[in-house]
Write a protein that binds this ligand. Structure first.
Ligand code: IPE
Length: 258
């Protein structure tokens, strides 16, 4: 099984509130179908989550009553995004159901608690893909918090033991420096924790879940001797399909644990 995260930067325009990239999602769903890979998808929140979450500092937990309407708004927005993704999966012929972390699970001090995975496992057993996503989740210690798609990937990794983990982004992989501001920057085909310490991680867009560094750290935690964790560019047509079919593509592979 292959666990795939469609990043918010690939499925939305992360710089503009609530802009869904439908054409790209449609193509990526078709690529997943055409690859024939047995997969489970998680997706990020992109501009449906980060913009308001940042404005109201939702990642700090409950610190101000003014955050309350923002919690409800973000949950609504990311559900709408999720249903648009699900719609594209269904249109591609992939039976998928929405499993909103914010109403199915709790967090405790920022850690997602998946004490009872029965819903997820029941869907998978029936050949139905449960689709989770970055969300605002109630938290036993902090009232609420942001649960990123990357955190969900880690928890699902423990649950499903996938053969491969794939993060689909809008860059070719990890670069020494941000390729959007440094066009000559070199792509790193392999990343270890030692290498990660030498990399700059500036980010110019709203992101409450740590940007590139947090992603690479999460990726490294998901690696094992049998499992690679790969970051690829989903805005290049055909790349995800090729990777899922086991072909070599331009990408960054995390290795060796954190
Ligand atoms: C963030 O999820 C969730 C919210 C801000 C509500 P992610 O961190 O997984 O989203 P992307 O992939 O960075 O957009």
């Amino acid at each position: 099984m292959i666990l795939i995260k469609l990043g918010g930067s690939v499925i939305t325009d992360k710089t503009q509130y609530r802009i869904f990239n439908r054409e790209r999602v449609r193509r990526l769903c078709a690529e997943i179908r055409d690859s024939g890979a047995d997969s489970v998808i998680v997706h990020g929140a992109g501009s449906f989550g980060h913009v308001i979450a940042k404005e109201y500092s939702l990642q700090k937990g409950s610190v101000d009553p003014a955050q309350v309407p923002a919690v409800a708004r973000v949950q609504y927005d990311v559900r709408e995004l999720n249903l648009m993704v699900i719609d594209e999966l269904l249109n591609a012929g992939i039976p998928a159901v929405s499993v909103p972390p914010g109403s199915c699970f709790m967090m405790d001090n920022g850690n997602l608690l998946l004490d009872d995975p029965e819903v997820l496992l029941s869907a998978s057993r029936l050949g139905i893909m449960p689709v989770m996503f970055g969300d605002v989740v109630f938290d036993r210690s902090k009232g609420f918090g942001i649960c990123s798609g990357d955190q969900i990937m880690e928890v699902l990794c423990e649950l499903y033991h996938p053969d491969k983990v794939v993060f689909v982004s809008d860059v070719d992989g990890l670069f020494e420096k941000d390729p959007k501001t440094n066009p000559d920057s070199k792509l790193l085909t392999e990343v270890t924790s030692e290498l990660l310490n030498c990399i700059s991680s500036d980010s110019s867009v709203a992101d409450v879940t740590g940007g590139v560094r947090a992603k690479m750290e999460a990726m490294l935690r998901m690696t094992s001797s049998e499992r690679d964790c790969v970051l690829i560019n989903g805005s290049v047509e055909g790349r995800l399909c090729s990777l899922l079919k086991g072909e070599r593509v331009i990408s960054t592979t995390a290795k060796g644990g954190l």
